[in-house]
Design a binder for this molecule. Structure first.
Ligand SMILES: [Fe+2]
Ligand SMILES: [Fe+2]
Length: 166
């Protein structure tokens, strides 16, 4: 499944990079909008399993982690909005449709293969950190982007721990 995750991610990223070339903040906004969805999806599944009496030993830890990650991703999204990333209708249209597909894909994926679902998000977080690092290398320094880059690396570490736990 790891190979499958990498192929899906590479194709999606190539399409977004092509559509958003030269438009950094709209691209970051779309990426942040999508990046939040898996955490809602993981939380939804964990809540559902809990309601069905299937609470595992790591359940509360994972729910707390995913809630904090989703809040943190929302803060990233708000920053991209403050930089005009969601100004245009077309970008909002693209992001809202992608997020709808991505949310439900993650719900099913996490329900059936949680470690593989975590791995996909791990790859997305590494891609996000790399994207921000490239931006910083090519543009004037921006404290907030560096802070967001470090948050994405922290998310990837948390996902790595979650994968090892299951
Ligand atoms: Fe983010
Ligand atoms: Fe992240």
């Amino acid at each position: 499944m790891k190979k499958f995750n990498t192929v899906i991610l590479d194709v999606t990223v190539a399409i977004l990079d092509f559509l958003y070339r030269g438009r950094d903040y709209p691209r970051f906004w779309v990426l942040e909008e999508i990046a939040r969805a898996p955490y809602f999806a993981f939380l939804s599944v964990l809540h559902f399993q809990e309601s069905m009496g299937l609470r595992g030993p790591k359940h509360l830890y994972l729910m707390k982690q995913h809630f904090e990650q989703s809040v943190n991703e929302t803060e990233h999204l708000e920053y991209m909005e403050s930089m005009g990333g969601n100004t245009y209708w077309v970008d909002r249209f693209v992001a809202k449709h992608l997020v709808l597909i991505y949310y439900w894909t993650n719900v099913v994926y996490y329900l059936l293969a949680p470690v593989s679902a975590y791995h996909l998000s791990y790859e997305v977080e590494i891609h996000a950190a790399t994207t921000y690092a490239k931006y910083l290398a090519l543009n004037d320094h921006e404290d907030k982007i560096l802070e967001i880059l470090n948050d994405e690396l922290e998310h990837s570490r948390e996902l790595q721990i979650a994968m090892e736990m299951l």
